[in-house]
Design a protein around this ligand. Structure first.
Ligand code: G3I
Length: 392
């Protein structure tokens, strides 16, 4: 059992994040000029932006860095990108006193060169923490832990200041079906244990002080589909959002991760009511990590692709009816990359690879791509709502 970190190491760990101000001012000059939009006139982004929406995807660095065809597909289809891991603490702070921005910077430069925007993912999460941080938080006093959170957010959001349209400030803060409820629905987390339930509001306030232009977003999973425990979770979300707004917390958006699973139905009525209640609070809404876990659908590719497309359409038709819905982001765009194939309980019983995303292994546009385009084309115009929410 290693000795508990000393107060000195806790403060050193926190202080290690204090980059010199000069080091933080990356600013637009640091990331290259904003280029002409790269997306094609027949792309998902073209269909989305015609209705005041944006479409984009998560970009994993290993694929981005290694494959020209992948970069070409992302440039052709997307208007907004998000890093899958490159802006998470696990990658940015690999060791005390060391920060690593090169991969996130490379993806941001690519986006700017293509006239694309960037989402930031994610500031405060119970996962993707470097191995040295959980023990540090575990022994920190609340004040020390708050200082550590502040220095972390100031470091990463300061580095990308002015470049991020919306930061996932907190991610997956509520428990799911089997998680113990820690009062008000918050899940176990090193942040909750070291700072207390106030860590959520604090994270939003720090981001707003660091980069007021970035829309602070609460990103949540498992709030999209028609089962009782998700409906109960949606109720907790709404109550917490109302309370945060009443406390003047600078939250501007709610993100539905939208990792939809074919094993659970879409209840369009429940979804519509949930999104409407969020919209009526004056918050923007984003679909932040869309993909379709197809393991309940047949092995046959043509049948499976059609069922995936129909399933996504049932979801998007309702979501895009909500004026406050701003962005639709898929969690990657390229089937072979989907995280679903790596996840133990997401594997298909037939052992086949999932077909969860808009482009297949040859970068061909699948029925899901066509369903998403049709959903954008059928959607009401969101331009006015986007403008109103931008001023919010
Ligand atoms: O970059 C290293 C590489 O250098 C090393 O060789 C390799 C093998 O150890 O690991 C690589 O890092 C991995 C990283 O993905 C990049 O591939 C991390 O170990 C791995 O933990 C990380 O997983 C990511 C996970 O979040 C945790 O950050 C997944 O790619 C990413 O898809 C997943 O995304 C989450 C969202 O953030 C939140 N919502 C759920 C979603 C899916 O789980």
């Amino acid at each position: 059992m290693p000795p508990p970190p000393s107060r000195r190491s806790i403060l050193a760990g926190a202080a290690s994040l204090g980059l010199a101000p000069a080091a933080r001012a990356a600013g637009p000059a640091g990331f290259g000029p904003l280029g002409r939009p790269s997306w094609a006139s027949d792309s998902l982004q073209a269909a989305a932006s015609a209705k005041g929406l944006m479409y984009g995807c998560e970009v994993p660095f290993h694929r981005f860095d290694g494959t020209v065809a992948y970069r070409q597909a992302v440039a052709r289809e997307c208007g907004i990108l998000v890093c899958g891991t490159e802006m998470k603490m696990e990658e940015v702070l690999p060791a005390p006193g060391r920060s690593e921005f090169s991969r996130g910077d490379a993806i941001l430069r690519f986006a700017r060169a293509n006239g694309q925007r960037m989402r930031g993912h994610t500031l405060v999460w119970h996962a993707a923490l470097p191995p040295w941080v959980a023990p540090l938080l575990g022994r920190a006093s609340p004040v020390q832990a708050e200082d550590f959170m502040r220095r972390w957010i100031e470091t990463v959001a300061g580095h990308y200041r002015g470049q991020i349209v919306a930061w996932d400030v907190v991610n997956e803060i509520l428990g799911n079906e089997t998680d113990p409820d820690r009062g008000g629905g918050l899940r176990d987390s090193p942040w909750l244990a070291s700072i207390g339930p106030g860590y959520v509001d604090l994270a939003f306030r720090i981001l707003h002080e660091t980069d007021p232009a970035a829309a602070g977003t609460w990103n949540e999973d498992a709030v999209e589909q028609g089962v009782p425990w998700m409906e109960a979770k949606r109720t907790k979300v709404l109550r917490r959002l109302e309370a945060m707004r009443a406390r003047g917390v600078p939250i501007r958006r709610f993100g539905l991760q939208s990792h939809l699973t074919s094993t659970i139905p879409i209840d369009q009525g429940q979804l519509r009511r949930f999104l409407r209640e969020i919209g009526q609070m004056g918050l923007g809404i984003a679909i932040t990590e869309l993909d379709i876990d197809d393991r309940a659908f047949p092995s046959d590719v043509a049948t499976r692709d059609r069922k995936v497309a129909d399933f996504a359409r049932r979801y998007l038709d309702v979501a895009l009816d909500e004026p406050a819905l701003l962005d639709v982001v898929t969690w990657d765009i390229y089937d072979p990359d989907t995280w679903l194939n790596d996840h133990p309980y997401r594997k298909r019983p037939d052992g086949l690879a999932q077909r969860a995303l808009p482009l297949d292994a040859q970068y061909r546009r699948k029925p899901l791509w066509h369903a998403m385009k049709a959903a954008f084309q059928a959607a009401p115009d969101h331009t006015a709502a986007r403008e109103r929410l931008r001023r919010g």
